[in-house]
Unconditional design. Sequence first.
Length: 237
Amino acid sequence: MATEKPLPLMPHATAAWLVDNTALAFPQIAEFCGLHILEVQAMADDMTGSKYTGRDPVHAGELSMEEIEKGQADEDYVLQMRKGPEQVRRTKGPRYTPVSKRQDKPDGIAWLLRNHPEISDGAICKLIGTTRHTISAIRDRTHWNIAEIQAKDPVTLGLCSQRELDAIVSKAAKKAGIETAPVEDGRLGSDRDALIEQLRSERDEAARKADAALHGEEAEVAKEELTADTLFKKPGA
């Protein structure tokens, strides 16, 4: 299977630098940066909605001057990247939480402390992306905003997934020797059975009404025919 072509770390900024500092053709720049040629053309014509600060791919080690010279000498030459940008992966430390959701963290922590006290502070730190100090402050009710904190499910708040929460709860319960009965599954199963029974009842009721309506129409038609026959048929005929 073919590997995906590496692209500059900042394609638009790199394209802006190449437009301003080289004589490369627009198709060459577009191909190297993984952009549409019209995007490169718009940069050259200064028609883009935002002005990009150029990023030197030579200084970044992604492109050599020799490659640029080859491209300037031949418009059909395809620029070759020296090395792709290094992918930085977070392997340690707390989970990253978007700024828009950080204000919801105390509510999620309060919910975990109330509903799952068996979960360790370290596990909560990894799940929510918080600190032990914050957890302790909420537990001891010394948090600066404790009056406004409302316990809310961290899954509903978007701080973690249901799978992650279930896994950490199961692990903590097992470590604490707590038997976890599938209460939720049983409830959902009962609800499902009740819903199915309700749908069946509604379907049967609809069928009975339709059948009654059909028989009523037939009886009405028969009555009308009998009345007409009685009216127009002479006695003894």
